[in-house]
Write a protein that binds this ligand. Sequence first.
Ligand SMILES: NC(=O)c1ccc[n+]([C@@H]2O[C@H](COP(=O)([O-])OP(=O)(O)OC[C@H]3O[C@@H](n4cnc5c(N)ncnc54)[C@H](OP(=O)(O)O)[C@@H]3O)[C@@H](O)[C@H]2O)c1
Length: 243
Amino acid sequence: MNANELSGKTALVTGATSGIGRATANRLAELGADVIVHGRNAARGASVVEEIELAGGHARFAQADLSDPADISRLAAEVGDVDIVVNNAGTAWFGPTVDTDVATYDGLFDANVRATYLLTAALVPGLIRKGGGSIVNVSSMAGRVGMAGGAAYGATKAAVSSFAQAWAAEYAGYGIRANAVAPGPVFTPIQPEDATASLGSTTPLARGAKPEEIADAIAFLASDRSSYITGQTLSADGGYTAV
Ligand SMILES: NC(=O)c1ccc[n+]([C@@H]2O[C@H](COP(=O)([O-])OP(=O)(O)OC[C@H]3O[C@@H](n4cnc5c(N)ncnc54)[C@H](OP(=O)(O)O)[C@@H]3O)[C@@H](O)[C@H]2O)c1
């Protein structure tokens, strides 16, 4: 990718205070985008903005709890028109289906599915005003293959891949592409390091991913390098779902 290939573009990365979102915010800023670093934790948000600025990039923080529809509307109004939306914020829970209580189930769907849907709906008019753009949803390999204990979480991730397909159809005529990235196990705070290492050892590449390796896949789909790709889910899972 070329430095500055995203210059003049504004990118919102949700859940950019940690893990994959943080790496993505840094990568998009390195490529020249003005990045809106979203999260709930203002202190971590400030530190991500600082690391982007120290590297010569441009960023600002925007806080919102995406489980709250009113906060989503407020965030969309605050960020204004953007060119790139990375729907990355999410939460995970694994456990037996029979032990999943209603609050846990609703919490997963509110944060991972409803938030992605409502935020994108609020931002699409701005993408249209800009003459087009790119939406990238962060899915998971758990949405592509059955994983014991992952029924509810996996369904939330299959849903955001499905959103990308429908939005590809709905908004192609406005110059908007929509895709998803489905990571395998990635070393982030979302799950214990030993769980990521253990699952990573079962992939053909025999390891978990660094967040930066997922950020590169997201940046590709966010940029014009993927100009003929829409409605797809790109697996970045060390080959787990392929062989
Ligand atoms: N790590 C993996 O192995 C893996 C694999 C496949 C897919 N994924 C997906 O990748 C995405 C990022 O996960 P990660 O591994 O980077 O996890 P992470 O390090 O725990 O980061 C999660 C991010 O999401 C934000 N977030 C969570 N719930 C939110 C809510 N209700 N409202 C606003 N922000 C919220 C957090 O913000 P605050 O901390 O500021 O609250 C944080 O920035 C998730 O969608 C996850 O499902 C991860």
